[in-house]
Ligand binder design. Sequence first.
Ligand code: ZN
Length: 198
Amino acid sequence: MFYPEPIERLIENLTRLPGIGRKTATRLAFFLLNTKDSYITELSRSLTDVKEKIRLCSVCFNITDSDPCAICRDERRDKSVVCVVEESSHMMVIESSNPGHLRYHVLHGVINPLEGIGPDEIRIKELQDRIVREGIREVIVATNPNIEGNTTAHYIGEILKHLDVTITRIASGIPVGGDIVYIDPLTIKSSMDNRKNL
Ligand SMILES: [Zn+2]
């Protein structure tokens, strides 16, 4: 049994969203069918706006509705340091831990030879250009501490080593509030390697 065509089409479109199966899509479709017109208008406008108004900042490649983005326009931030992240969402997390201090550079991915993603597919060249252009003195590489993130960090270290810039890597180890008993050996090793003076 099928629903009327417009409902079927809505269900079909909703199932294309990540994590949405037909059952959830059907529930959402009927919610939308029964909701107020004003909400439908607002929802469809926000869907259109996100495609029309959101673009990448020409400086840091963060997603933004104004270019340069608000972070790049913020004169109070330290101009000599840039924190390199994989995605805009990672940038938001780091920013929330230390608001108003850092400038960022969003790579939009990591080097992953198995998936055919090389350095030219992510914003590494732009990072290199930016360091020279802006006279950046320190690059904090905050890619994830996994194989791809470490490979990318290593590559960035290699291509920047002829420049007069300090390259640092975020530490990885035992989470705050964690218990050593439950930590895997690789993480323990990493935290031992990254130990610091008391
Ligand atoms: Zn920006």
